[in-house]
Design a protein around this ligand. Structure first.
Ligand code: IPM
Ligand code: MN
Length: 370
């Protein structure tokens, strides 16, 4: 197939992890005879530096004219330390989500058996963990009415949802559940919030269309605890923008490293694929960042383009690399490799199913027995 992919490396470690993901995408193109054309665009701090705008019109056009978007990370400490800064890199991210209508953010949490020791959670609690969070992304308190009084001593943000906004993400969550363990958990605060009661009512009605799926309802405070003490009970978790933001960071702890977790943000017209980690400025250009979250985001992108086998090959390559015992420094206990070396290995593993990686010799041909 031919696909046009917008590539937005962004700030910090964004460009280096994106470089590795593109090595993997090129290997997929080679092996399966596809043609991927990349159109690069600026977003975040780098876009502010160049144009004054964290999400310039030119980048929006590049995104709109593509089949999918691969995104690195945004954020730069020079803006964090200036509370009066008028423009911030994060506005680029929120602006992009809104402009592209990315209403459904999908964050899968999977545990790699070899890396269970990285999680601060007891290893026995991690057995059977395989959950995916469906977070509403362009509504709720992030985008509701907000403001300050004239004297600036009072401020408000509004949690606001319409039935249609709840339904469109819920359908995607239930369709996903049908392909998995057939369970949806709605996380809300319906004992207190009217907007949460709207979520509950809407889901109770919509769930009738999916008789094969079990629906569970859980208050967010309880969910925050259950994710730690009994994480394997979750299959598809459906929730609002703010609650999803919080519980997805919490859930990432189960996997042991933020550097492992990918995400997809689905819109009506186009979709964005990005690692869940941020720009990690301390690691910028040191070649120590973990590219796996971005490579797995590229796998989600391939899946989205209906390249199911290609996506599976990339995920398999990641598992094979991790099982070899090699990993970037965040994967403590692994024999250390750099970000670019991890990209090289993943590229080689995608190209050759029979390749074996020996952590003592790094990479060997098929004749080597590990
Ligand atoms: C995320 C991030 C963003 C969010 C920030 C950077 C605006 O935390 O993608 O989860 O809150 O949505
Ligand atoms: Mn977040």
């Amino acid at each position: 197939m031919k696909a046009k992919i917008a590539v937005l490396p962004g700030d910090g470690i964004g460009p280096e992890v994106i470089t590795q993901a593109l090595k993997v995408m090129d290997a997929v193109a080679d092996r399966f005879g596809h043609v991927f054309t990349y159109c690069f665009g600026d977003v975040g701090g780098i876009a502010i530096d160049k144009t004054g705008d964290p999400f310039p019109k030119e980048t929006l056009d590049t995104c709109i004219n593509s089949d999918a978007i691969l995104f690195g990370a945004i954020g730069d400490p020079k803006y964090d330390n200036d509370p009066k800064a008028k423009v911030r890199p994060e506005q680029g991210l929120l602006g992009m989500r809104k402009a592209l209508g990315l209403f459904c953010n999908i964050r899968p949490v999977t545990i790699f058996p070899k890396l269970k020791h990285l999680s601060p959670i007891k290893e026995s609690y991690l057995d059977g963990v395989d959950m995916v969070i469906y977070r509403e992304l362009i509504g709720g308190i992030y985008f509701g009415d907000k403001g300050r009084t004239k004297d600036r001593r009072e401020a408000w943000d509004t949690e606001y949802y319409r039935v249609e906004e709840i339904e469109r993400i819920a359908h995607l969550a239930y369709q996903q559940a049908l392909k998995r363990r057939k369970k949806v958990t709605l996380v809300d605060k319906a004992n207190v919030l009217e907007s949460s009661r709207l979520w509950r009512e809407t889901i109770q009605e919509l769930a009738k269309e999916y008789p094969d799926v079990t629906t569970d309802y859980m208050f967010v405070d309880n969910a925050a605890m259950q994710i730690i003490v009994y994480p394997s009970q979750f299959d598809v978790v459906l929730t609002s923008n703010m609650f999803g933001d919080i519980i997805s960071d919490e859930s990432s702890v189960l996997a042991g490293s933020l550097g492992l977790l990918p995400s997809a943000s689905i819109g009506e017209k186009t979709s964005v694929f990005e690692p869940i980690h941020g720009s990690y400025p301390q690691a910028k250009e040191k070649d120590i960042a973990n590219p796996i979250a971005t490579v797995l985001s590229a796998a989600m992108l391939l899946d989205h383009l209906n390249l199911t086998e290609e996506s599976a090959v990339v995920k398999k390559a990641v598992s094979r690399l991790l099982e070899s015992g090699l990993g970037t420094p965040d994967l403590k206990g692994s024999s250390e490799i750099t970000c670019s070396k991890a990209g090289d290995f993943l590229e080689a593993l995608v190209l050759d199913d029979s390749l074996k990686i020996d952590k003592n010799k790094y990479v060997s041909g098929t004749s080597t027995i590990i």
